[in-house]
Write a protein that binds this ligand. Structure first.
Ligand code: ATP
Length: 346
């Protein structure tokens, strides 16, 4: 069959990059992109260090060999970065020039919301893009799930379980801050999974007495001797309690109120690393595979998302308009599942 104007352009060469914060499973996505490209006789150029690398022409041709044995590794073999230069029209024009120089018929960008905003700008300058959501924050509106979230939850849970052993032995109160930027998904899932005394997420209006002190008092009343508060980093970022800028401030405030000095642990970057879980490897493989399938079949300027467990292709502009928020019923469930004073005795 001969090609005509309406036939999808034959895909000869694509690029792939990882951008924003690293997330476990990014490597599995890169592997899927490279392997599916090669299976379709399409060359794949790996761009190092996200949009910074694109601007600087930091790339290499990837062979099947390059992605052997990376499926199980955390981080990203392509390195990742945040790029201020790409935020400027001049920077983006340089990136487009490099895409043209390399003869890229498409670019797969693996990252979070910011990465996709960058991809949208590239698409407006004529570069066909497909985004694959990978961020431990799970805060991409168009996708129920983002690569890395499950691994980060499991890592945080393991850390909190360890902390609990020592907290219960010393009968103390512990505050654990988990990542998530301005989203509380990670904190909520971790809180439910460790049976936290209270979970503080930025999606809620918070009241110090009701959301922090009361749960501790109640837990004490029913006989608990140690208390675990899981706090999303966005709570302090957004100063949900006036004058509380860090979890350490929160610890001091609790001490002033009830005389018990909590130990404070910020899990920080510990949550980002580690071997991806089965869920992250499998989801990343499916998303990376689908990204190349879409490009090969002439569909681009979209994000590959999961909706109700199925992989979907969402036009990028529409995808960036979509919002999602934590499921509040999970939050209320967490409270109902605690060892609490029965309602009629409160
Ligand atoms: P994570 O959720 O892990 O932080 P992310 O992709 O949201 O990942 P960002 O730092 O927000 O991470 O974005 C990655 C890069 O995308 C930025 O460093 C910047 O170069 C580019 N970018 C972000 N927002 C825009 C925008 N509005 N226009 C153009 N480029 C953008």
């Amino acid at each position: 069959m001969s090609e005509n104007e309406n036939s999808p352009k034959t895909l000869r060469r694509i690029g792939v990059l990882t951008s924003g914060g690293d997330a476990p499973g990014m490597n599995a996505a890169v592997r899927a992109v490279v392997r599916e490209a090669l299976t379709n006789d399409v060359e794949c150029v790996g761009i190092r260090r996200g949009y910074n690398g694109l601007i600087r022409g930091d790339y290499y041709l990837m062979h099947g060999q390059e992605v052997s044995h990376i499926l199980s590794r955390g981080g990203t073999v392509l390195y990742t970065a945040r790029s201020d230069e790409f935020m400027t029209p001049e920077g983006r024009q340089k990136a487009v020039d490099v895409c043209r120089f390399l003869g890229l018929d498409g670019l797969v960008t693996i990252g979070g919301d910011g990465t996709f905003r960058g991809a949208l700008e590239l698409s407006r300058l004529g570069v066909p893009v497909v985004g694959v959501p990978a961020t431990i924050d799970n805060d991409v509106g168009c996708s129920n799930y983002t690569i890395g979230f499950d691994t980060a939850c499991n890592t945080a849970i393991e850390c909190v379980d360890r902390l609990r052993d020592t907290m219960s032995s010393h009968e103390r109160c512990s505050i654990v801050e988990v990542m998530g930027r301005r989203a509380g998904f990670l904190a909520l899932y971790v809180g439910i999974s460790v049976g936290a005394t209270a979970v503080l997420i930025p999606e809620r209006d918070l009241d110090f007495e009701k959301d922090v002190i009361e749960p501790i008092r109640e837990a004490k009343f029913v006989g608990n001797t140690h208390f675990m508060l899981v706090v999303a980093e966005g709570v302090c970022m957004d100063e949900k309690f006036p004058g509380v800028h860090t979890v350490f401030d929160l610890g001091n405030k609790i001490q002033r109120e009830i005389g018990m000095k909590p130990t404070v642990t910020v899990l920080g970057h510990l949550q980002r690393g580690g071997k991806p879980t089965a869920r992250d490897r499998e989801t990343a493989s499916r998303m990376g595979y689908r990204a190349v399938k879409a490009l090969a079949e002439g569909r681009y300027n979209l994000i590959i998302g999961t909706q109700k467990g199925k992989i979907e292709e969402i036009p990028i502009e529409e995808a960036l308009e979509m919002k999602k928020t934590v499921q509040m019923e999970r939050y209320y469930m967490l409270h109902d599942l605690q060892n609490r004073v029965p309602r009629n005795l409160r």
